[in-house]
Design a protein around this ligand. Structure first.
Ligand SMILES: Cc1ncc(COP(=O)(O)O)c(C=O)c1O
Length: 400
């Protein structure tokens, strides 16, 4: 007997997995560029800088040395060795490079693996929103319950510990946290992180801490890794990578750092999904990540992001009808468009079609975000000047 399937629908686990609103905008902007229009890219979370030169050079050499075969599933041993020191500086914690660090194809693979390793269909996963769009999709792909805890814009999108507490049930298996945050730019304060950790210990859930923007912090704010709190190494999985800080989005390299017992379990999903990230990339990075030139080039990029942030905020300060929530990390700012009588999605549409500036509506990033737009300032000062000029022009026209 033949069974009826609609293959175009795919597996049922995809029923609640939506297409990314960011990709939709990027595709439209690309099509407009093809028509010869000059579209300002305020949409992608992707640094426009070149990857540090020593990393490129060392990777070319690694290819010439024929480091083009599989490496250990956990990652190229020399890179894990170097990352031990790097991760210690970021988190304050010693992770054993033999057993507690896993290299992945971007933080994206790391997030996927951690979810699929620990989350079952009957579980609940708490996500603080607005959040990176992948989180909801990954929870839904696992068939688990996505439990949203919306953060308040008026409170700078800081953690609302009471709201998290109210969302915890017997089924809470995990809380996903992105610090500094995409899309809000919030850098969470140490006190509320400590309270979250206390809740995780008391109610026995894991914290998946996506700390990919940990080095992009401004105005004297300091970043605290979730792993740095007492007793958290055993119940926190740190996900990070090189895409943002090292301008390496296309290289696809990220990592997981966690306690040995959890890492051993994650190896099951990692091994059967990608086997390993490309060996020559890992070898190149292990040679060059700590070189003086790489360090200097990374510092220059961080400084450039700080200047770009200042330029965007100063320009926004001058635009009547737009307000924003001051960001302290990553390279995004959430802008409220309600003063112009438009929802975020309406504003994004007008801005793209009339002024050729690509931004992203925040509506898909969490409830309560309908009036917000995310601007990414991971683009040149020249683009920022021109893009902000066009935004101001649209706002003036709307105010008339
Ligand atoms: C919060 C967050 N996590 C993870 C990623 C994925 O990074 P990667 O390029 O390392 O896969 C991104 C990329 O935009 C991000 O913003």
């Amino acid at each position: 007997m033949k069974k009826e399937y609609d293959f175009a629908v795919g597996a049922q686990r995809l029923a609640k997995v939506e297409a990314s609103p960011i990709r939709t905008i990027l595709d439209r902007a690309a099509a407009m560029r093809q028509q010869g229009l000059s579209v300002i890219p305020f949409s992608a979370g992707e640094p426009d800088f070149d990857t540090p030169s020593d990393i490129k050079e060392a990777t070319i050499q690694a290819i010439n040395k024929n480091l083009t075969h599989y490496t250990s599933n956990r990652g190229y041993p020399a890179l894990r060795g170097v990352l031990k020191g790097y991760i210690k500086r970021e988190t304050g914690i010693d992770y054993n490079p033999e057993t507690e660090i896993i290299l992945t194809c971007g933080a994206a693979e790391a997030l996927n693996n951690v979810l699929f390793t620990f989350v079952d269909e009957e579980d609940e996963v708490i996500v603080l929103t607005p959040a990176f769009v992948s989180y909801k999709c990954l929870v839904n792909m696992c068939g688990a319950k996505f439990v949203e805890v919306p953060l308040d814009a008026a409170n700078g999108f800081q953690i609302d510990v009471a709201a998290v507490k109210a969302a915890i049930t017997e089924k809470t298996k995990m809380l996903m946290l992105n610090n500094p945050s995409n899309p809000t730019g919030a850098v969470f304060n140490r006190e509320s992180l400590a309270e979250l950790c206390a809740l995780a210990r008391e109610h026995n859930f894991l914290i998946l801490a996506d700390e990919i923007y940990s080095r992009l912090v401004y105005d004297g704010k300091s970043f605290s890794s979730i792993a740095s709190f007492e007793g958290m190494k055993e119940r926190a999985v740190i996900v990070s990578g090189f895409s943002k800080t090292f301008a390496m989005t296309g290289w696809r390299l990220g990592y997981i750092a966690t306690d040995e017992k959890l890492a051993n379990r994650i190896m099951r999903t990692h091994q059967y999904s990608t086997t390993c990230s490309p060996t020559f990339i890992q070898a190149g990075l292990s040679e060059a990540i700590e070189s003086e030139k790489t360090k200097a080039q990374v510092e220059e990029m961080i400084q450039a992001f700080a200047n770009r942030r200042r330029m965007v905020l100063e320009a926004l300060d001058e635009i009547e009808g737009l307000s924003y929530i001051k960001p302290y990390g990553a390279f995004y700012v959430m802008v409220d468009t309600s003063g112009l009588g438009l929802t975020g999605a309406e504003f994004v549409e007008k801005l793209l079609s009339e002024k050729y500036v690509a931004t992203v509506p925040a509506a898909g990033m969490g409830c309560g975000c309908d009036n917000f737009v995310r601007i990414s300032y991971a683009t040149s000062e020249e683009n920022i000047r021109e893009g902000m000029r066009r935004i101001a022009e649209l706002a003036r026209e709307l105010k008339k």
